[in-house]
Design a binder for this molecule. Structure first.
Ligand SMILES: [Zn+2]
Length: 311
């Protein structure tokens, strides 16, 4: 540290150093392996390490006239960047014995949406607005452009009040993907091509089972109807993203209970009519209404695929 550095200058320098050190652990929005590894390492270390590693020894000789302001600034900057030691989160009566054996929680569901907007810019404004309080991990434009808005390890606000297979906090276990589409138009080929590439990448990294690629309407059937009937679920299923059965599978077993089958697939049993509507939106694409027997057959086929060991 140069001799003669004044207290305020030293204070500003220290704050800059603290913020610089802490920024190493605050990378966001990047999905490459290097960034994730760096972030994991940062999170697995004691939270104060980057701050304590700063050259306190180097600045100590300079403590003098500006010492008081320096100390205040040290604590303020540490608090600002989140490097101050925090009490562990969890059960209030548990003792704390840190283990090195952990990593980040992984999403196990992928929820697909359409934005309902007419342009990508309009959707970006909505998904970034502090007032709207909605977001998604990814937004895909009609031209295939992919924009990431939330880190995959963070909880985006895309599903809202929801249910799937008994889970009620879908945002905590899922990735949300919004498609720029107003709900009254077919999805662009370039957009679906990009979606398939993104899904393959997500599946490879997070090992999401085929049955766990679903739509917003599936998890919130009483409130939502996206993605619309134009969404190509069959094309996705052909590549292992979601389930699919033709409209003429073998008949369901005698005594087949459609409502119970839908609940077993994951649909909310508390709203049976809405769940049936969502099931039809997703899985029935015939150009005529299906008979009860045909619907039972489709549901039975889907359930068998979901429970198949190969899925
Ligand atoms: Zn949605």
């Amino acid at each position: 540290m140069p001799v003669g550095v004044e207290g305020p200058t030293l204070t500003l320098l220290w704050i800059a150093l603290v913020l610089l050190a802490c920024s190493g652990g605050r990378e966001s929005g990047r999905s490459d392996a290097g960034a994730r590894r760096a972030r994991d390492e940062f999170r697995q270390n004691p939270v104060v390490r980057p701050c304590l590693a700063l050259p306190l020894a180097a600045v100590a000789p300079c403590l003098g006239r500006g010492a008081r302001s320096l100390i205040v600034a040290m604590f303020a900057a540490a608090l600002l960047c989140g490097c101050a030691p925090l009490p562990p989160k969890g059960a209030t009566k548990a003792s704390w014995q840190p283990s090195p054996n952990f990593d980040q929680r992984r999403p196990n569901l992928v929820i697909i949406h359409h934005t309902g907007d007419d342009t990508l810019e309009q959707a970006l404004r909505t998904l970034s607005s502090p007032e709207r309080k909605v977001s998604a991990h990814y937004l895909i434009g009609r031209d295939g452009r992919i924009v990431q808005l939330v880190d995959e390890s963070d909880r985006a606000w895309h599903a809202g009040k929801s249910w799937w297979a008994g889970f009620t906090d879908i945002n905590s276990v899922s990735l949300g993907i919004e498609l720029d589409n107003n709900g009254r138009e077919p999805f662009a080929d370039a957009q679906i091509d990009s979606l398939l590439e993104l899904l393959a990448d997500i599946r490879q990294r997070h090992h999401v089972p085929p049955a766990n690629f679903i739509g917003h309407a599936d998890v919130a059937p009483a409130r939502k109807d996206d993605p619309s009937r134009f969404f190509p679920w069959q094309r996705l299923a052909a590549q292992g993203f979601g389930l699919w059965c033709d409209t003429t599978p073998p008949p369901a077993p005698i005594g087949f209970d459609l409502a119970a089958a839908l609940a077993a697939l994951g649909y909310d049993p508390r709203t049976p009519e809405a769940s049936l509507k969502a099931f039809r939106l997703h899985f029935v694409r015939a150009d005529r209404p299906l008979s009860a027997e045909e619907e039972n057959a489709v549901a039975s086929c889907l359930l068998q695929k979901k429970l198949s060991p190969s899925q």
